[in-house]
Design a protein around this ligand. Sequence first.
Ligand SMILES: [Zn+2]
Length: 271
Amino acid sequence: MPELPEISNLALQMTKQLDGKRIDTLDLTQPKCLNVSVRRFRRIVGKTIEQTNPRGKWLFTKLQPRDNLLLNLGMGGDLRYHENDSTTPKKYQLQVTFDDKTQLTVAFFWFGYIHLASDKELTQHKMTSKLGISPLDKEFTVEKLASLLSGKRGTIKSFLLNQENVAGIGNVYVQDPLFKARLHPLRKIQTLTNSEIEALHQSIHEVIHHSIRLGGLKYERDLYGQHGRYGPHQFLVAYKPNEPCPNCKTTIVKIRTGSTASYICPKCQKL
Ligand SMILES: [Zn+2]
């Protein structure tokens, strides 16, 4: 499942390739991905694409006039740009052809969302209106993280995975920041010290930006079908059970934390 680094790269690539293009035709094969009627959706034909921004695990593309295309790739799925139609996949949920004959296709593996919201409706959009701050925002400071944590109950991992607190971190990018900050995923929020919050803030920043620089996860693809380069060589403890901790050589273990799996060094990340 793409998380913030992958979504952020896709947003940059979409802006680079699509900004200024006019939607000429579209082919929609699965109307149940929509939040509006097919008729309403078809009204984006003729509109011009502007900037795309990452919003948690969503991509927000501005359409002029007055509309926004909201994409969520769900459990993966391919979002692709095509210079010519020879690279267009046979199966897709949405194919958009632009005035210069280039195309964008959206193909979900399992299920995803193709939503539309006018500028007025955007803040009311159910699935995204409650999304929390992005770790890429300038406003995501140590103070901001501390204030979000203040008064919260529960564990640090479930806090980070809750998209209403911080948007865009999933089970991949939660692992190494916790390790770098020497925090056990089940640490109670109320017991965190200021210096631990500071370390966590810095680690989140480092891990997310490291992955963005490498084009995102190795297991995901970008707008051109290329794999990212962030994978096992970059992971510290994530998805490395039975390997030595990079810090103390203790064997990394995989543990269950609620409904998710966590990878930790039991010595560096004591509960
Ligand atoms: Zn260790």
